[in-house]
Ligand binder design. Structure first.
Ligand SMILES: Nc1ncnc2c1ncn2[C@@H]1O[C@H](COP(=O)(O)OP(=O)(O)OP(=O)(O)O)[C@@H](O)[C@H]1O
Ligand SMILES: [Mg+2]
Length: 233
């Protein structure tokens, strides 16, 4: 069986000569919950964009759910992304002025499902994240933590093979951040494969696997027992 994510020798050079990634190998198996952790500027977002097929590497290979990204034209890549990957961002990225339910239903836009079915599944997903009583609220009528839960519902409503979260608790107070991390743990326990990008070592250490990145390279890859510290690479 193929991995959900398989990166080999991935480099990324931005115009101007910044080597943001320098030879990254990374394999993520189905059902994993991992942190990609590193300081500001270490290449985390760059790595997320490449895993999420939003950007292509300068060198090296990227396979998502067994599909080699290099062989796909941009249109096929969008289709692959819509089918296999859900995104959660630090700043939520909800559509203003429409309800929580319609925001979640957006996650199924390219699914081929009818509008009614999309709305039904959106309601289920909101229920799943504990927001059954906030379906009709628009983003500005929700708290930060609730907005992030809507964003997570939108990301998982299509049952993607992989959920990518870039600093999902970065804009939240600690209690809301805690609730979001708990939700990610629950979704993982139900089978979701999840990668959380964070600069926060405390968050990272509470996840079953930590991939540490510094200056564009993986410097440690640790599967820790819950509650144990991470070994330095
Ligand atoms: N579009 C771009 N063009 C040129 N250089 C870039 C571009 N995007 C990022 N970089 C550079 O690549 C390096 C890695 O950036 P990246 O955004 O991946 O870091 P990060 O680990 O996500 O940081 P942070 O924690 O601050 O979000 C940085 O040195 C950054 O300045
Ligand atoms: Mg970043």
């Amino acid at each position: 069986m193929s991995a959900v994510v398989e990166l080999a020798g991935v480099t990324k050079e931005y115009p101007g000569g910044v080597a943001a990634l320098r030879g990254v190998d990374l394999r993520v198996e189905e059902g994993e919950l991992l942190a990609i952790v590193g300081p500001s500027g270490s290449g985390k977002s760059t790595l997320l964009h490449i895993i999420g097929t939003l950007d292509r590497p300068s060198e090296g290979s990227v396979a998502i759910a067994g599909h080699d990204v290099a062989t796909l034209a941009d249109r096929s890549l969008s289709a692959l992304r819509a089918r296999h990957i859900g995104f959660v961002f630090q700043a939520f990225h909800l559509v203003p002025g429409i309800s929580a339910r319609d925001n979640v239903a957006e996650g199924l836009l390219y699914s081929g499902l009818s509008r009614g079915e999309r709305r039904a599944r959106a309601a289920d997903a909101l229920d799943r994240v504990g927001l059954a009583d906030r379906m009709r609220h628009r983003p500005h009528e929700l708290s930060g933590g609730q907005k992030q839960r809507v964003a997570i519902a939108r990301a998982v409503v299509g049952a993607p093979d992989l959920l990518l979260a870039d600093e999902p608790t970065g804009a939240l107070d600690s209690a809301s951040g805690e609730a979001v991390m708990e939700l990610l743990h629950d979704l993982n326990a139900e089978g979701a494969t999840i990668a959380v990008i964070t600069h926060d070592v405390e968050i990272a250490e509470r996840l079953p696997r930590q991939v540490r990145i510094r200056d564009g390279q993986v410097v440690a890859d640790t599967r820790a027992t819950v509650g144990q510290g991470v070994l330095a690479g």
